[in-house]
Write a protein that binds this ligand. Sequence first.
Ligand code: MBD
Ligand code: FE
Length: 281
Amino acid sequence: MSHSFIQQDDVQKLLREGAGLNGAEGNERFKSIIHRLLGDICTLIDDYNVTQEEFWHAVNYLHELGGRQEAALLAAGLGLEHFLDLRQEAIESRQSSETGTPRTIEGPLYVANAPLAEGYARMDDGKDAGEVMWLHGQVRDVHGQPVAGAIVDIWHANTLGNYSFFDKSQSDYNLRRRICTDAEGRYSVRSILPSGYGCPPDGPTQKLLNQLGRHGNRPAHIHFFVSAPGFKHLTSQINLNGDQYLWDDFAFATRDGLIADPVKVSDPALIQQRDLAGEHT
Ligand code: MBD
Ligand code: FE
């Protein structure tokens, strides 16, 4: 760089002497990661000639991000959560060639300890005039054998794309349930069709995305954790086909093999059959 004010060697020297990284105490891995991070930040400031105003603007941005509890949302929007996920998958595929349902990101909106049901659950509290959605499936191991007693933890947004707990206008655990699979590994739920999620328009994540010329929307989707004793935990989602953001997801979570085609049921007899099937599970 022609406008470099200090040499990289000087930066490294300053950091070593000034940042207290050469202390005898502390964690070596932590020290070397922080050392690397600080070196990279100084290089970036130097290379881009970052002004004091810009630097403190960035610091204030971090305050705002924390204040609005959006750090994890930004990690999703920058593709970092997706990167970690792909990396984990690559590591695991080196250890085992077994494959099943693809994994994808958890996102920042999971809440633990949703009500637990056997085989079937109704997920919505009935207060939202959404379109009824039935979801049913079977948990199988990598050899195709059904897994009884697996916990399927499902969470999704309402018709406005909002999640209970974070959206205080919804009842506790609305659209969040854990279902224990039956003897054949099956589970089913009745819920309402979700809408896609959009980042809070006045929040720091959307502000940053605007500067990148990006939107902050996700396609309509349903999150899953699937777990059973002796099995690897699966984090996944299904994304609903037909959504305009299906392949334009701000969080990069859509994957082949995770796209569901909703089937419209309008025959009253079939509808009644579905509801009765649920009640009798
Ligand atoms: C979501 O609902 C979501 O699933 C992700 C990954 C990021 C933001 C909101
Ligand atoms: Fe989500």
